[in-house]
Design a binder for this molecule. Structure first.
Ligand code: ADP
Ligand code: ADP
Length: 226
């Protein structure tokens, strides 16, 4: 198991239901695990807890056997992609992809080689010198993936990565992500409210409701239930 979440609770208010309430689940190594559930179920909060953008009130989070519960984001080895691209609009595609590497003090040559590799991986070789505003929505989101993958993360964390795109592009990128995953074999956690997406793309599904895990298992086990 590559990501282990143990009895994690995170509340934002004193009263009422916690955003995430005593949640335990495991994401198998090398698989895509979907966190599926309606809006407000606690999916994003859970992803942010795994990413290190939130700290749990109680419980533990382990990545590849290492307790990361209180580890800063930069040390966790996680690549994160959100729904809205969060690319720097005044930087080119190359500069955007290089950003995480430069923060980590890689050499110029290392950065250039790595950016080339990432542009090939997301099939945007010819667009390295464009600015985000000169790309389609689908292309921008592929740049966001390249930036997340550039640091060679141990796990990939995706929060509704195709949620802002129209249906056709979303379907294309779903297939694209499937192929990307086959090539990288990266352990992936995907937040989605779309059952079809979870069914098509993941090998393991964790269904959330009201801050809790309602059920977890293979897509077949969850959807074929009488
Ligand atoms: P989902 O991703 O499933 O839509 P979220 O994790 O975004 O759910 O939200 C779960 C609950 O926690 C919601 O009731 C939401 O309003 C609340 N919540 C999330 N983030 C915050 C925050 N930073 N401050 C206060 N409440 C929050
Ligand atoms: P995709 O389906 O590849 O995500 P679209 O069908 O939306 O993209 O766009 C098709 C082509 O139009 C892309 O190759 C992209 O280069 C170009 N394009 C889209 N929007 C813009 C823009 N704002 N500026 C320049 N080129 C654009």
């Amino acid at each position: 198991m590559s990501i282990i979440v143990e009895q994690v609770t995170r509340r934002f208010t004193e009263k009422g239901t916690p955003a995430v309430s005593d949640v335990s689940f495991q994401a198998p190594k090398g698989a895509i695990t979907s966190l599926l559930g309606p809006s407000g179920a606690g999916k994003s909060t859970l992803l942010r807890l795994v990413a290190g953008l939130e700290v749990p009130d109680t419980g533990r989070i382990l990545i590849d056997g290492v307790d990361c519960t209180h580890m800063p984001v930069q040390q966790r080895g996680v690549g994160v992609v959100f729904q809205s691209y969060a690319l720097f609009r005044h930087m080119t595609v190359r500069e955007n992809i290089a950003f995480g590497l430069e923060v980590r003090r890689a050499s110029k040559a290392e950065v250039a080689a790595r950016v080339d590799e990432m542009l090939r991986l997301v099939q945007l070789e010819d667009l390295g010198h464009r600015f985000p505003g000169q790309l389609s929505g689908g292309q921008r989101q592929r740049v966001a993936f390249a930036r997340a993958l550039a640091i060679r993360p141990r796990v990939l964390l995706l929060d509704e990565p195709f949620g802002a795109l129209d249906t056709r592009v979303r379907q294309e990128l779903r297939e694209w992500l499937h192929e990307l995953h086959e090539r990288t074999g990266l352990t992936t956690l995907l937040v989605t409210h779309d059952q079809q997406e979870a069914l098509e793309i993941s090998q393991h599904v964790v269904v959330m409701s009201g801050g809790r895990v309602a059920q977890a298992g293979s897509p077949e086990a969850i959807y074929n239930r009488p």
